[in-house]
Design a protein around this ligand. Structure first.
Ligand code: UD1
Length: 361
C-alpha cells in the first residue's frame, strides 16, 4: 500500500473525475473534491452527489484566486481534471478554451506554489501530437500537416506524405514526439502542459502529464457537445438509429476504459518522481471508428453503422500512441478488454436513463 495522501481532485463531478474519486477512496486517500458544475456540462441547477460522506466538496472555479487558495491549502498533491473538453464548434469557442483550461491551470499552479504543494497530476490529451507520425515508403517517418478541406470534401481522408504526397502507414507516437495541436482544445492542453512544466521547474515539484486517449465507459457524457463518439453511437442505437460514422470509418483511435484511465491517474499521483514526466494513456490496441460502431451495433442488436463521409474540420485522422512507458515506469496495465468494455457500455445504456451521474436538484 502506498502512503496515504491528502489529494485535491479538480473536475471531480466529471466523467473521468468520478472514477478517479472512487479509486482514490478505494486506495485509502483523503480527498477534497472541487468542481464548478458548469451548466453547459452539468446542466443548470445540478446538485452534486458524492459517493462518500467523508469527502470534502468545494463548488467553484479554478480561475478564482481566493477559491484556489482555499482549495489547495493543506493538500499533498493535486489531480487536475477540471477543463473544457470536446472539439469546440467554431472559433468563438477559442477564448473559453484559453480561459477555462489555461488561465484556470495557471491560477491553480500559482496557488499550489503559494501553498507549497509539490505534486501535480494533469489531465492532458493525445491530441497534443496532432496527426502524429506516418511512414512513407520513400521518405521514412514524416509528420503530416493538417488536412485541407478541399481534400476532405472529395473523400481524401488520409493525410499524405508532406514531401511527395504518397499514402502513409500509421506509426505509434511516443512521449518525446513534438506537439502539433490542431484545434483550440488541443492547443489549450499543450499550453497547460507547458505551464505545468514551468511550475515544476521553478518549484522543484513533480508534474505528471497524463495524455489520455479516447476514454469511454460508465458515466460518459451523453447528448451534450462533450459526448465522445462511443456515447453518440450508443444514444443513436438506443433510438433505433444507425450510428453515423464520419469519413470512411477507417480513422483509428485507441479506446481506453475509464476505470483503466482512473487507475493510471491515481498511480501517477502516488508514484511519479520529482520533475516533469509525460505518459500516454491508451489500451495499446488501436481500432477503427467503424469497427467500434459495429461492436456497439452488435452488442445492442441495432442497425448496421452508416458510413456518411461527413467530416469535422480540425479532427485528426489517426490518434494512436505507444503507452508502454506507463506500464514500464508506473506498473500500470489496462484491465478492461475492448469487447467487454463495449458490451458494458451497451448494457448500461439500456439499463440507465440518459442522465449524468450528477443528480439534478
Ligand atoms: C477525444 C476526446 C478528447 C480527447 C481525445 C484524445 C471527446 C468528445 N473528445 O477526441 O477530449 O482529448 O479524444 O484522444 O471525448 N465521429 C463519428 N461520428 C460522430 C462523432 C464522431 O464518426 O457522430 C468520429 C470523429 O470524426 C473522429 C472519431 O469519431 O474521427 C472520434 O471522435 P470524438 O469521440 O469526438 O473524439 P476525438 O476527436 O478523438
Amino acid at each position: 500500500m502506498e502512503t496515504v495522501m491528502h489529494v485535491l481532485l479538480t473536475g471531480a463531478a466529471g466523467f473521468i473525475g468520478q472514477h478517479v474519486l472512487e479509486q482514490l477512496l478505494k486506495r485509502g486517500h483523503e480527498v477534497r473534491v472541487l468542481d464548478s458544475l458548469r451548466p453547459d456540462v452539468h446542466r443548470s441547477g445540478a446538485a452534486w452527489t458524492l459517493p462518500h460522506d467523508g469527502v470534502e466538496a468545494l463548488v467553484g472555479d479554478v480561475r478564482d484566486r481566493d477559491f484556489v487558495s482555499r482549495a489547495v491549502s493543506g493538500v499533498d498533491g493535486v489531480i487536475h481534471l477540471a477543463a473544457k473538453v470536446g472539439l469546440g464548434v467554431d472559433l468563438d469557442d477559442m477564448p473559453d478554451y484559453a480561459s477555462s483550461n489555461d488561465l484556470g491551470t495557471a491560477e491553480l499552479l500559482a496557488g499550489m506554489a503559494r501553498a507549497g504543494v509539490s505534486r501535480l497530476t494533469l489531465a492532458s490529451s493525445m491530441v497534443v501530437y496532432g496527426e502524429g507520425f506516418g511512414y512513407c515508403a520513400e521518405h521514412g517517418a514524416v509528420r503530416p500537416g493538417p488536412r485541407v478541406e478541399s481534400a476532405l470534401a472529395i473523400g481524401d481522408f488520409e493525410p499524405p506524405c508532406p514531401v511527395c504526397g504518397r499514402g502513409l502507414a500509421v506509426g505509434l507516437v511516443d512521449e518525446e514526439t513534438s506537439f502539433d495541436p490542431r484545434n483550440a482544445y488541443a492547443t489549450s492542453k499543450a499550453a497547460q502542459e507547458f505551464y505545468a512544466a514551468n511550475w515544476a521547474r521553478a518549484t522543484g515539484g513533480s508534474a505528471a502529464m497524463m495524455r489520455y486517449h479516447n476514454v469511454y465507459g460508465p458515466g460518459m457524457p451523453r447528448d451534450t457537445p462533450y459526448a465522445g463518439v462511443a456515447s453518440i453511437f450508443t444514444s443513436a442505437l438506443r433510438r433505433g438509429e444507425a450510428p453515423r460514422v464520419f469519413e470512411d470509418g477507417r480513422q483509428r483511435r485507441d479506446f481506453v476504459h475509464v476505470r483503466d484511465v482512473a487507475a493510471a491517474t491515481v498511480l501517477a499521483c502516488e508514484r511519479s518522481q520529482a520533475g516533469v514526466r509525460a505518459y500516454n494513456v491508451g489500451s495499446g490496441t488501436p481500432r477503427t471508428v467503424g469497427d467500434m460502431a459495429l461492436a456497439l451495433a452488435r452488442a445492442l442488436d441495432g442497425p448496421r453503422p452508416a458510413v456518411t463521409g461527413q467530416y469535422r474540420l480540425g479532427d485528426v485522422r489517426h490518434i494512436t500512441a505507444d503507452s508502454s512507458r506507463l506500464r514500464r515506469e508506473l506498473g500500470w496495465s489496462p484491465a478492461v478488454d475492448f469487447a467487454d468494455g463495449m458490451a458494458e457500455l451497451a448494457a448500461l445504456s439500456v439499463a440507465e436513463p440518459a442522465r449524468p451521474r450528477v443528480a439534478l436538484g
